[in-house]
Every structure is written in C-alpha cells, then in structure tokens.
Ligand binder design. Structure first.
Ligand code: ZN
Length: 281
C-alpha cells in the first residue's frame, strides 16, 4: 500500500505550500488536497506552480476533499456543488489529480428520508456529477459516514448505490473512523463486499474512547493512540489485494495547535508503523 496524507490533519496550522514541502520531506507517496486550502494557495500561486511542484517531486496528488451534502439539494445548493466540482475537475486535469471524495448529506439530525428516497436521490446526484467528471478524467469516491445524521451510513448502503450507478468513474471511499461512528462498528469485514477496483480512496484514523453520543470528528487521532481496531481495517484491505493509497485524516484541534512539522512527521510515522505491523507496506 502507499502512504498518503490528508490535509485536514494540519489544516489550521499549515498551508498547502507547507504541506507539500513537509510531505515530500518525510516520505509520503500521496497527498489529498483540501478544496479550501487549494483556494487559499491560489491566492498566492498558480495552478501551473502546483503542476510543476508535482512534476519535480516524488509526492503525487490523489484525491481532492471534498464535495459535501450532495443529497436533497435546493437549486442554489446544487449549483454551488457543480461550481466547486468543476473547479476541482479543471485543476485536477492539469495537475494529474483524478479523484474527488464525495460525501452524502450529513447533519446533526437524521434527514427523515426513507432508505429508498436516499438511494434514488444518491444515484441521481452521483450520475449527474459523473457526467461532468468524465470529460475531465475525474473519478468520484462516495464516502459513507456512520453517525445517525448522515443519510448514507454503511459500506453496504453506499455500495448498493454505487453498484446501481454502475459508472466507471464512480466508486467508494472508506474511512475507519466514519465506519466506527456506526454503533462503534469495529470490524471492517463489510468492506470486502466492494469490488477491489471500486475502492478509490481509503482514509485511516484512530479514535478516542468516548460514548457514542459524544463521538465526533474532533476525537479522531493518529493510529495506535485510540481504540479502533485498525489492524483489522488494514488487514481487511490487504485481504482484498488492495495496494492503493491509505491516507491519514484527522480533525483534531490539539494537533492544530502544534507545528505542522510535528503533525506531518507524526502522521507519517504512526501510519507507517500501523501498515508495517500487518505487513501492508
Ligand atoms: Zn474520510
């Protein structure tokens, strides 16, 4: 597998420029660029600057993060999604970034929609984005999030949607912590129901030991520092013959108070140690 860094991990103490420099230095294979950090970078640089960085570096881009809340949109909400998605498609085509993470509607409270309504709406939304993306060689990784407020909560539900969409450029993003948010699910064998070539993105993250009602993305932490069964997660991917990227993605405020050097070095070392511990590197 390949080691990847997701920019959320140091997003409040770093910039894209700094992340690029540090990820290249510590040895990451891939970086997942955040859309907000990309827009910020483009205040000071051009897309050609980014392209030439990757042309001269070992580090490569993998997936942009993220297009959120694609379900049950008003016209204005959908127009914004299309606008953001087109921006990512155009930059992606130039710099060789061929994936975007796409997240279902995720709110504090459940949407109140039936699974059938969610299925139909997700299929329609993903198809519309896939139509746009295919002109730019862009693939979509649909990412379930396990908390009750998200309308697509499990690998099974996401996979049924992606199978029905049945497009070459629509697949799945898995994320250990997001799946754990579904009733503290700590066995990741369900991922095996996904076709290997439809697994577009894998996020890895540990999590604090807290009651389910309190658990939030801010409780994500580096591999080995929490209670998630990440050896089971990585072993599951390995048993599927997945040899793609595994990307460390936390949103922990405590890390944002540190130097980005510390964050990125620790992210690399803890993720590498996890992958090595199950023979996945
Ligand atoms: Zn994720």
């Amino acid at each position: 597998m390949k080691l990847s860094y997701n920019e959320a991990t140091a997003m409040k103490c770093s910039t894209l420029e700094k992340d690029l420099e540090l990820c290249e230095k510590v040895g990451f294979d891939f970086i997942e660029i955040r859309m907000d950090m990309l827009r910020d970078y483009l205040q000071r640089h051009t897309v050609d600057d980014l392209k030439s960085f990757f042309a001269q570096s070992r580090l490569k881009p993998h997936a942009f993060n993220a297009i959120h809340d694609i379900n049950f949109c008003t016209k204005a909400e959908w127009d914004k999604i299309v606008n953001d998605f087109l921006f990512l498609c155009k930059v992606g085509e130039k710099i060789g970034n061929h994936y975007v993470v796409v997240v279902p509607l995720d709110r504090k409270e459940p949407s109140g929609r039936s699974e059938k309504e969610i299925f139909e709406d997700s299929v329609e939304a993903l198809n519309k984005l896939a139509d746009i993306g295919q002109d730019y060689g862009m693939n979509l990784g649909f990412e379930p999030v396990g908390n009750p407020g998200c309308c697509v909560r499990t690998v099974r539900q996401a996979w049924e949607i992606v199978k029905a969409v049945n497009r070459d450029n629509v697949g799945i993003t898995v994320d250990a912590f997001n799946l754990y948010l579904y009733n503290k699910l700590n066995n990741y064998e369900d991922i095996k129901m996904v076709d290997r070539d439809k697994l577009f993105v894998a996020h890895v993250d540990d999590g604090d030991d807290r009651p389910l009602e309190e658990l939030d993305h801010k409780h994500r932490c580096f591999p080995g520092e929490g209670v998630l069964n990440l050896k089971n997660y990585i072993t599951t991917l390995k048993e599927m013959n997945y040899d793609g990227m595994v990307s460390i993605e936390t949103f922990r405020p405590e890390y944002w108070e540190k130097d980005p050097e510390w964050v990125i070095k620790t992210a690399y070392e803890t993720t590498k140690r996890l992958l090595e511990s199950v023979g996945a590197l």
